[in-house]
Design a binder for this molecule. Structure first.
Ligand SMILES: CC(C)(COP(=O)(O)OP(=O)(O)OC[C@H]1O[C@@H](n2cnc3c(N)ncnc32)[C@H](O)[C@@H]1OP(=O)(O)O)[C@@H](O)C(=O)NCCC(=O)NCCS
Length: 135
C-alpha cells in the first residue's frame, strides 16, 4: 500500500542521506531553505520510503532531493512522487517546474515531460543539468 502526504522538513533528511549521500556526513543533506519548502513523503506499507521537496518563487517551482531508499528503487515510487508534485503544481497554477538533475537520472525525467536546458554544472563530483517543463 502506497500513500503520499506532506511531511515535516526534518523527516526528509534520513531518506536523502541513505539514497544520495550515504558515504558523507549526515548534515550535508540539510538545505538552508528546508523550512521554506513543502515536503512530501511516500509511505510504502506505512514506512517512509521516498521524499521530494518543493520550493516556489511566485508561480515558478523547483523540486529538490527526490530520493528513494536504495532497496526500494525501480519499483515505481520515484515516478509516483513526480506525478504527485506535477498534480500539486497544476493545482497551485504553477507555470514552470524545474530541477537540477543528476545527469545519470536525466532519462528518468524525460518520461515526465521535462526537457534539458543548456545549463550544466558540477557539484561534489556529480554532473548536473537543469531540466524544466511547463504546464
Ligand atoms: C532516481 C530515483 C529518484 C528514481 O526513482 P525510482 O523509484 O527508482 O524510479 P521508478 O521505479 O519510478 O522508475 C521509473 C522508470 O524510470 C527508470 N529509471 C529510474 N531511475 C533511472 C535512472 N537513474 N536513469 C534512467 N532511468 C531510470 C526506471 O527504469 C523506470 O523505467 P520503466 O518505467 O521504463 O521501467 C531513485 O532511483 C533515487 O532515489 N536514486 C538515488 C538518488 C537520485 O539520483 N536522485 C535523483 C537526483 S536528480
Amino acid at each position: 500500500m502506497v500513500q503520499i502526504e506532506q511531511i515535516f522538513p526534518s523527516l526528509t533528511w534520513r531518506i536523502r542521506h541513505e539514497a544520495m549521500y550515504a558515504d558523507q556526513p549526515f548534515d550535508i543533506v540539510k538545505l538552508e531553505d528546508d523550512f521554506d519548502g513543502i515536503h512530501f513523503g511516500l509511505y510504502a506499507d506505512h514506512k517512509l520510503t521516498g521524499v521530494v521537496s518543493l520550493f516556489s518563487h511566485g508561480d515558478v517551482y523547483q523540486f529538490r532531493k527526490l530520493a528513494i531508499l536504495p532497496n526500494a528503487q525501480k519499483l515505481g515510487y520515484g515516478s509516483q512522487l513526480i506525478e504527485y508534485i506535477l498534480d500539486f503544481c497544476k493545482i497551485q497554477k504553477a507555470t514552470k517546474l524545474w530541477c537540477n538533475a543528476r545527469v545519470n537520472a536525466k532519462e528518468f525525467y524525460f518520461k515526465f515531460g521535462f526537457h534539458e536546458t543548456n545549463k550544466i554544472f558540477q557539484k561534489d563530483g556529480n554532473d548536473f543539468v537543469v531540466m524544466e517543463r511547463g504546464f
